[in-house]
Design a protein around this ligand. Structure first.
Ligand SMILES: *Cc1c(COP(=O)(O)O)cnc(C)c1O
Length: 391
């Protein structure tokens, strides 16, 4: 069989699996050794060198999913992001970043980069002109995240890749929200793809991990720093992640379908002010999303109209859990103002278009009608409470 041309779900299930030679078990055995006999003097296996049998096997699978030559897996998404950025940036360099990136990434830049003498600029106007404007002589890297959190802004990936090539700059994308199911940025010319594997790759809200995928040469550069920083992933978690990815394609496909149905339903609802979902024609970036995404993802945001209190609504939900994080098989909801974006100043939130009425929904794999019914009953409860307070 041609390994290069196998389909997505086959990669999910089989690429990189370790054959159990001893007992012929169905799944990859797990190797927990931190010490391995030398095969020859040069080959040293050690978990912090990212080369245990399970680590290497999982890296093959993740690289294959993103159509990259190689990958590295980390103890968290932030370990993957920080190691990658610091591997390619040095004192005196400048980096251009989209303003609406993940809060932890923004904190890394704002709180740490001055120490290392790395300069940075955020792009407000999220089109190619906006990015080009910020490029300086010493710009070494452009960093994007699309779809972004929580308003699902879409950046034109091919245009960013072309812009980076034109100026001889490295392009990096946080592809967490799309997952490899919906978007493969390496195929669009991006140099490096990063995932918080805590989200869709893990998918069950029980794994903290990260991944970087690129050419072998770039991964070698990331590895040089990674082995010194030491952010590798334990083999237990590696094994769980390998197992979780087997259902990645199935999970995300269902989440795509559910989210699209719910977004369309919310858009028609009289008590909903606004819906942000890149698969809706009303989304300002719909055309770009349609061009570059295979599915529109499981994340959406909406604003209730001002007669409905957002916190009361969240409390009235029975099936959809109010909790941090996202991308699990179970649906979760949060208020960005109160949680994911609470550390930003009100001014910064306003710059990003986030207000108090906004709720972010991570759509799970439950039956869509049950999710819709849950939202409907919660709206009814909050409305009836409002009426009884008035009377
Ligand atoms: C969660 C998340 C991260 C950080 O990942 P951790 O695994 O929590 O370190 C980075 N980017 C995005 C888009 C995320 O959602």
């Amino acid at each position: 069989m041609d390994k290069e041309n196998i389909g997505f779900n086959t990669i999910c299930t089989h690429t990189g699996e370790i054959q159990d030679q001893q007992f012929k078990g169905a799944v990859s055995p797990i190797y927990l050794s931190t010490s391995y006999a030398f095969e020859d003097v040069a080959v040293k296996r050690y978990p912090r060198y990212f080369n245990t049998p399970n680590q290497e096997a999982l890296c093959k699978k993740i690289a294959h999913l993103e159509k990259g030559e190689a990958s590295l897996i980390f103890g968290s998404g932030m370990a993957a992001i920080s190691t990658t950025l610091l591997a390619f940036l040095r004192h005196g360099d400048h980096v251009v970043l989209q303003r609406t990136i993940y809060g932890g990434t923004m904190n890394l830049v704002n709180e740490e980069f001055d120490k290392y003498g790395i300069q940075y600029s955020y792009v407000d106007q999220q089109n190619i002109l906006g990015f080009e404007e910020k490029i300086k002589k010493n710009t070494k890297l452009i960093y994007i995240e699309t779809p972004s959190n929580p308003l699902l802004t879409i950046i034109d990936i091919k245009a960013i890749a072309a812009l980076s090539k034109k100026h001889n700059i490295l392009s990096v994308i946080d592809n967490t929200f799309a997952s490899p199911v919906n978007q493969n940025p390496l195929e669009m010319g991006i140099d490096i793809v990063i995932h918080s594997a805590t989200k869709y790759l893990g998918g069950h809200s029980d794994i903290l991990a990260g991944a970087v995928i690129s050419s072998q040469a770039h991964i070698d550069t990331v590895f040089q720093l990674a082995k010194n920083l030491g952010g590798s992933l334990s083999d237990f978690t590696v094994w769980m992640l390998e197992r979780s990815i087997k259902t990645l394609g199935l999970r995300v496909k269902k989440q795509n379908q559910n989210a699209k149905k719910i977004a369309k339903w919310l858009e028609k609802h009289e008590d909903i002010e606004k819906v942000y979902y890149p698969g809706l024609k009303s989304h300002p970036d719909y055309a770009i999303a349609k061009k570059q995404m295979k599915g529109y993802g499981g994340m959406l945001s909406f604003e209730l109209n001002d007669t409905i209190d957002a916190s009361a609504f969240q409390k009235a939900l029975k099936l959809i859990k109010s909790s941090m994080s996202l991308a699990g098989v179970e649906s979760t909801i949060l208020s960005p103002t109160k949680t994911s974006h609470s550390l930003l100043s009100p001014e910064e939130r306003k710059l990003q278009g986030i207000n108090d009425a906004l709720l972010r929904l991570s759509v799970g794999i439950e039956e869509k009608n049950d999710l819709i019914q849950d939202i409907e009953q919660a709206i009814k409860i909050v409305k009836s409470q409002a009426v009884s307070i008035e009377s």
